[in-house]
Design a binder for this molecule. Structure first.
Ligand code: PLP
Length: 358
């Protein structure tokens, strides 16, 4: 099986797994202790959580704090439902975590459009807007958004800027000017089940979860030191390997593009994370392609939308017809993908498409 679904989730880095192990031991070693307990074993676990917090915070500028959550979805919901806003401005190509939270929030939503390359236009933010939400890197087509400019426009309108950096954190420099940043460990080679919300100093939220008052009162619930340690180690590693990881996926991307030269690229070729290649072949039956290539793990769109039968909202937003959107595949690669994997997989994708006569 060749894994080509790095936008859905990344493999756990061996370094992150190692960092988790001491906190999964028991009963003698007491790595299982509750990090909120005042005894020695609890304090050791709490210290590991704080090291991890600093490692995650080091991905972002100084002047902010990290709140651990169970996922990026939870972090986004905390950012949106944790304050009173009268009007939101949200890009049309956000992940469902932002789109559905914004729709569920009791406020007017102004939709920020994207161009045909999948870049959100820096259009004026309507007066009265209190929160602008635009992602750093799109999960379906990989395009990098002009978040610094959008954050500036948000501030000029008197709004806070929320950035869903799930696909960019640990891969790119942090989104400049954001007031709240959501991220997820399992997209940067850390474990599943933990995310974080970075909050600029001075941004106050009210909690969604009530209980023991953990995470500075913002997110009650016992933290998992193992998940925190794995997240922290993955973040530290990503920071050190950022340039190397980016160069690696750029090499793979160019080779994949060469082999898939008969396919049309979805999204901008330059302003993108090159670990994402979303391509279309008009008339392709993607379901059949995927069933013909069962030992390749790739995607028909975003992992959340695939299976719903609905054409991707992102591909529709960049101007593809329903038919073109349903004829597109997302090939995602990363740190552990080899050139041989990409060459082999792309040749097989080409051959399977040719067998359909497209
Ligand atoms: N935002 C983006 C851009 C994503 O790609 C994802 C996951 O696919 C999420 C948010 C949700 O992240 P999590 O799985 O941590 O809830």
């Amino acid at each position: 099986m060749i894994y080509l679904d790095y936008q859905a989730t990344t493999p756990l880095a061996p370094e992150a797994r190692e960092a988790m192990m001491p906190w999964l031991t028991g009963p003698e070693a007491m790595g299982f202790a509750n990090p909120h307990s005042p005894h020695r074993a609890g304090r050791a676990a709490a210290a590991a959580v704080e090291v991890a917090r600093e490692q995650v915070a080091a991905l972002f500028p100084s002047g902010g704090r990290v709140i651990f959550t169970g996922s990026a979805t939870e972090a986004i919901n905390l950012a949106i439902f944790g304050r009173k806003y009268r009007q939101l401005a949200v890009s049309t190509i956000e992940h469902a975590a932002v789109l559905d939270a914004a729709r569920a929030y009791d406020a007017q939503v102004h939709w920020l459009e994207t161009d045909n390359n999948g870049i959100v236009a820096d259009a004026p933010i309507p007066p009265g807007t209190n929160l602008v939400a635009v992602m750093q890197v799109n999960n379906e087509i990989g395009t990098i958004q002009p978040v610094a400019e959008l954050a500036c426009s948000a501030h000029a309108a008197g709004a806070l800027f929320l950035c869903d950096a799930v696909q960019g954190a640990g891969k790119l420099a942090p989104p400049d000017g954001a007031d709240m940043i959501a991220l997820s460990a399992h997209k940067l080679y850390g474990p599943k089940g933990i995310g974080a919300l970075w909050l600029r100093d001075g941004v106050e939220l009210t909690p969604l979860l009530h209980g023991g008052g953990q995470e500075q009162g913002l997110r009650s619930g016992t933290l998992s030191p193992a998940l925190c340690a794995g997240f922290g180690a993955a973040a530290a590693l990503a920071k050190v390997r950022m340039a190397e990881d980016a160069a690696h996926v750029a090499t793979l991307w160019l080779r994949a593009r060469e082999i898939l030269s008969g396919w049309t690229l979805n999204g901008d070729a330059e302003r993108r994370w090159h670990g994402n290649l979303n391509v279309c072949k008009d008339g392709l039956d993607v379901a059949r392609l995927m069933s013909d290539l069962r030992d390749l793990a790739f995607s028909a769109g975003s992992a959340c939308a695939s299976g719903s039968g609905r054409p991707s909202h992102v591909l529709r937003a960049i101007g593809l017809s329903d038919r073109q959107a349903k004829s597109s595949v997302r090939i995602g690669f990363g740190r552990y993908t080899t050139l041989g994997d990409v060459e082999d997989a792309c040749a097989r994708i080409n051959a399977a498409a040719a067998a359909q006569g497209v």
